[in-house]
Design a protein around this ligand. Structure first.
Ligand SMILES: Nc1ncnc2c1ncn2[C@@H]1O[C@H](COP(=O)(O)OP(=O)(O)O)[C@@H](O)[C@H]1O
Ligand SMILES: [Mg+2]
Length: 461
């Protein structure tokens, strides 16, 4: 009964005025040690899913694939646990951990992740926690953790070892089948050598589609990737946001834009693309023009118009690492055309009620196109835009709503919300850079180089 005595001693030493940090040090680490864990078995406050769980415990050996077992979330004694169960549930789902412990040092809740359904197994006060400590140690301790995670890993391995060759036989032409074994969609795209075509899609306007497209593309270009942007929105915000003037750069020069690309069979990508450069960022852009808005009827009547972009993109081979298509806020024909031509969909949203409600329609649309295609269409993830750090409570509630929408949707369970350290905050510098016609990274470069006096800036070439 040494463990009982020890846990009693540990709990006695915890004051009701202790901070969260204090609890982690005085309660959780000694508790984990009692359960047989060693410092290398837990990671603290690392980004996982949409947040940073206090502890993620995973006792796999160095040579074994990583599998999370237990998540521990710690709150200060004055906080009510019931206000944080959603948070623990989200972490459990996003990290695929099996058990969760939520505590404020006075009460303890134990959760079980039953295939994404989160079940509360026990709500215990200090005394009950001590009474049940032996059995809890058996379930949550290191030995059981190793036993269960190793068994699950071996089941996974033998399952995939049987399924994978069979799938290769059935779909010999699929170049994506290799990615079935790689769980992280972004890592998968980065490992692929072929061009990754991404539609940035949300039928709600003003959620940050164009801004995200421009700035993610610029960041990838800074990393040395070759990037093409296709503006398929008649409002042409991406075109003008990158300093392309519809009159001077399109009408008076090539005279061609995305409208010609979509409606004239002989027009090629190379004829329409405009190259722009800002320091170490180089982007090719297929510009849009307001005349695209008159083309909906023409596109609907065109034979096989859904395939027009697929065909033209297939002709440029592997000239680009990434192609991003910035879409209008609608479910019109051009959006079907871009989804048909893409491998992945990136969904920007704001953490606000209307954009979140729109997510369900967005998912339905993606699923409809996915079902109509020969190749699968997968969702890269949901990216949070225009995020306010001050609206903590609203953020939590809205994230919960996003989670609900995704969980309800047949395609949504596998969709992830990109983690908090990727959320794009609401900032004037972001709002102002489209009017100046350059990506945010260039705006940052200007302010580093010339201070806030944008007037001194050299022209982009
Ligand atoms: N992170 C941000 N901070 C401040 N303003 C932003 C941010 N992201 C976008 N905006 C502004 O919000 C508006 C809508 O963004 P936009 O990217 O055009 O959305 P969408 O393409 O979905 O319609 C634009 O005026 C844009 O400049
Ligand atoms: Mg837009």
């Amino acid at each position: 009964m040494k463990a009982d005595i020890s846990i009693t001693q540990i709990l006695q030493s915890v004051s009701v005025h202790i901070s969260e940090e204090g609890l982690e040090k005085e309660l959780i680490i000694p508790l984990l040690e009692l359960w047989g864990y060693q410092p290398g078995d837990w990671r603290r406050q690392i980004a996982a899913g949409s947040g940073r769980p206090d502890f993620i415990i995973c006792a796999n050996g160095m040579d074994e694939p990583h599998m999370n077992y237990l998540i521990i979330e710690v709150k200060a004694p004055k906080k009510k646990l019931k206000n944080h169960t959603w948070q623990l549930g989200t972490y459990l789902r996003q990290t695929h951990s099996i058990f969760g412990l939520l505590t404020n040092g006075l009460e303890f809740e134990i959760y079980y992740n039953n295939n994404l359904e989160i079940i509360c197994l026990a709500h215990l006060d200090k005394k009950a926690f001590v009474d049940k400590f032996n059995i809890l140690s058996k379930i949550l301790g290191r030995q059981t953790c190793l036993l269960i995670t190793r068994q699950l890993q071996s089941l996974h391995r033998s399952f995939h070892a049987k399924l994978y060759p069979r799938l290769r036989q059935i779909f010999p032409e699929s170049r994506q089948i290799g990615s079935l074994l790689l769980p992280d969609p972004l890592q998968t795209s980065l490992k692929e050598t072929k061009t990754v075509i991404i539609t940035v899609f949300n039928n709600k306007g003003g959620v940050g589609k164009t801004t995200t497209t421009i700035n993610v593309a610029a960041a990838l270009s800074k990393l040395g990737k070759r990037v093409l942007l296709i503006d398929i929105d008649p409002q042409a915000n991406l075109t003008t946001g990158l300093g392309i003037n519809p009159l001077e750069d399109i009408e008076l020069k090539s005279g061609k834009d995305v409208t010609h690309l979509l409606t004239e069979p002989k027009v090629k990508i190379e004829e329409v693309a405009i190259s722009k450069r800002w320091q170490d960022v180089k982007l090719d852009i297929i510009p849009s023009h307001i005349r695209l808005s008159d083309m909906e009827a023409t596109l609907i009547q065109m034979i096989n118009s859904d395939q027009v972009l697929v065909r033209k993109l297939s002709k440029i081979g592997s000239a680009y690492d990434y192609i991003f298509i910035d879409t209008p806020p609608s479910f019109g024909k051009v959006n079907t055309i871009s989804l048909m031509a893409s491998d992945r969909v990136l969904i920007p949203t704001q953490l606000a009620p209307y954009p979140i409600r729109a997510l369900e329609y967005v998912m339905n649309r993606i699923m409809a196109v996915h079902d109509a295609r020969e190749r699968p269409l997968s969702i890269l993830g949901v990216v949070i835009s225009m995020y306010s750090r001050l609206a903590v409570r609203q953020t939590r509630e809205m994230l919960d709503e996003v989670d609900k929408v995704l969980q309800k949707h047949p395609m949504g369970r596998e969709v992830r919300v990109f983690p908090e350290d990727t959320w794009i905050p609401q900032r004037n510098i972001v709002a102002n850079s489209p009017a100046k016609g350059y990506p945010l990274s260039y705006a940052e470069w200007l302010s580093w180089t010339y201070g806030d006096q944008g007037l001194l800036r050299p022209e982009s070439c």
